[in-house]
Design a protein. Sequence first.
Length: 213
Amino acid sequence: MIDAIFFNNDLEKILEISKDYKYLIVLDYFENVKDLEEFDKKVKIDKKILSGIILKNLNEIKKISNLKNRRKIDLVFIEGGNLKVNREAVENVFNDFLINPFKNRKDLGFNHIFAKKAKINKVGIAINFNDFEFRYVVNIAKICKKYKVPLAVFSFARNFYEFKDYKSLEALLFLCGYEEHEISQNRKMIFEIIEENLKKRSEKWIMPGVEII
């Protein structure tokens, strides 16, 4: 029902694949603010297709952390690993998903304090299918379940051979201890995060819970 993939210029194939999803997020790494609108327009060829960027450091996060720039793109992903970046990812309302907080670490890079912040700021945790490290993900899953933080497994496919159907992606949550009803509720929370965060593109959105009527 939902996946996040990297942009590869084959818009016709992306459109074909999007028919099987409620949302298909097309990603690219952030380079500069002036390219955001062009990228957004290029990939938004169907209402199911969302534009997303990946930020890698605090400087990039700072550039997007204002209403003017945030309104240029649908979703903001933060590449995890660095603890300061992980913390900023969950504390900043302009962000949407923190990817693999355990990347290149010997610990989770994520704890109950971060989970509480993520819940308040409507930030989900995204796991890269290609970097699925069970010993870390299973413990992150326990924290996410306890604090009701959405946990999404995305393929982050770079080509069409790497695509995974959503059932295969969600099956990994079973391995991490999710029951069927919990997966259903988790999926609902992911959709809610996306739909809530899409409001950030509106001129009426000021901050969570505050909109111009």
